[in-house]
Design a protein around this ligand. Structure first.
Ligand SMILES: *Cc1c(COP(=O)(O)O)cnc(C)c1O
Length: 431
């Protein structure tokens, strides 16, 4: 997707230095081609190989109406985790039956919206939630398809903040006999709920297939148990997301690396139990959009601290990409207007927020940077825009979608007016 022409960095056919001029910086730039290729890979390597399978894009990685439209047009489903994401998908015209609703503390109003609009699935996170759904559906004469999210008790190897499958987790049902089996019994007995099966999501940015396989084994044991105990036939398994991407190189593991061993085990187990093979769903987020976008910044102040380091400050920072500060995430940067210049110095690229932790690139090898240069930080498509904040009252940047040399605005840059739009000076302070 990236190439260098006449010393300029191009992304999906667009000269990003020109994009920076046209739209201003900071700017998120998403490549439609990169996203569509990822969907093609999922179609070829997963959907076409397992009847009844679905991909539910985890919207939280990057959730805008334009992105929802891309997902919809690719024929995929979407996984939402809040009323706001659900609203965004609906506003984009996403068919409700292709929306799946996750989350550990779905609010009454969020569940009501999901039931009223008729989402395809609710992934139930705990006992009280099942009761709430049953009550909502009963009052409206509706039915809802549900899965139970379980915590299979595996410890995936990733940053602690994004590991979710261990037993000590706020997510899902623990696999204790006295918890999960009565809960399944209640779901099966609930008159307005169709219990389809189990869901797990063990973490994010994972590179190893083995925790997935361990989780699958735990869930297959559940499948066997609920059949033997209650005669329940599980018809759907959701394996979550979490497939890792590399931020500093172009290599990554194909989906098949993670999925094939799991699908093989699921097929073998269901065949042995003489159950029809279930629908299998995955929820990739980061692996679809992560390396499909870059962020553009304008270099401002440059400060050399003798014998210590050289700081190159840009016009964004932790407000548009919190991941380096939050997870010590490492990114790669390129000076877009000097794209074929050799690295000349090692610098620390920092943002403009009032926090010393506001660092985007630590010890980055860059060509000699000058004020006014355009810095591209690569692979910022996941959990960048979606985690952006207005800290220091910095407006949230614009988002542009590019494809084959065409560029279109997907999110307008916030204005100063936007920043105070919901603010009110209390009347008592007005006199
Ligand atoms: C975050 C999340 C995902 C997506 O994770 P990625 O690492 O972005 O693929 C999928 N499912 C659930 C339930 C999640 O919370």
């Amino acid at each position: 997707m990236m190439e260098t022409k006449n010393g300029r960095l191009f992304f999906d056919g667009c000269d990003v230095t020109e994009l920076a001029k046209k739209y201003g910086t900071p700017l998120y730039v998403y490549s439609q081609t990169a996203i569509e290729r990822r969907f093609d890979e999922l179609r070829r390597d997963f959907l076409d190989r397992w009847p009844g399978s679905r991909v539910a894009y985890a919207a939280k990685a990057f959730c805008t109406t334009g992105m929802c439209r891309l997902v919809e047009r690719a024929g995929m489903c979407v996984d939402v985790v809040s009323g706001g994401e659900l609203y965004t998908a609906l506003a984009a015209g996403f068919p409700p039956e292709r929306i799946e609703f996750n989350g550990n503390n779905k609010l009454p109003g969020e569940l009501e919206l999901a039931v009223d609009r008729g989402v395809g699935r609710i992934i139930v996170d705990g006992a009280h939630e099942l009761e709430a759904i049953e009550a909502l559906c009963a009052a409206r004469g509706k039915r809802m398809k549900v899965l139970y999210r379980v915590t299979p008790g595996v410890k995936a190897d990733s940053h602690d903040y994004i590991v979710t499958g261990k037993k000590d987790s706020k997510f899902g049902f623990p696999l204790d006999e006295d918890v999960i089996y009565p809960a399944v019994e209640r779901a099966v007995a609930a008159p307005h709920v169709d219990f389809l099966g189990f869901h797990f999501h063990i973490g994010s940015q994972l590179f190893d297939a083995s925790p997935y396989l361990q989780a699958v084994e735990a869930v297959l044991e559940l499948v066997r148990q609920v059949r033997d105990r209650f005669g329940v036939r599980v018809s759907e398994l959701n394996l979550g997301g979490g497939f890792g991407i590399t931020y500093t190189t172009e290599e990554r593991r194909p989906y098949r690396y993670y999925l094939d061993p799991m699908l093989e085990r699921i097929a073998a187990c269901f065949d042995a139990l003489e159950l029809p093979r279930p629908a299998v769903v995955i929820e990739p987020g980061r692996s679809i959009v992560g390396d499909a976008a870059l962020s553009l910044y304008t270099v401002g102040a440059i400060k050399e601290i003798a014998g210590v380091r050289k700081y190159v400050a840009v016009d964004g920072g932790m407000t548009d990409n919190i991941r380096p500060a939050l997870y010590q995430a490492v990114y790669r940067g390129i000076l877009a207007n000097k794209a074929d210049a050799a690295p000349a110095e090692t610098v620390t690229v920092c943002g403009k927020c009032c926090e010393s932790g506001d660092i985007l690139l630590r010890d980055a090898a860059l060509p000699a940077a000058e004020s006014g240069d355009i810095l591209a930080v690569l692979s910022t498509g996941a959990y960048g825009y979606s985690m952006a904040s207005n800290y220091n009252s910095n407006p949230i940047p614009a988002v542009v979608l590019v494809k084959d040399g065409r560029d279109e605005l997907m999110v307008r840059r916030q204005s100063y007016e936007d920043l105070i739009r919901n603010q009110i000076i209390p009347a008592s302070l007005n006199s």
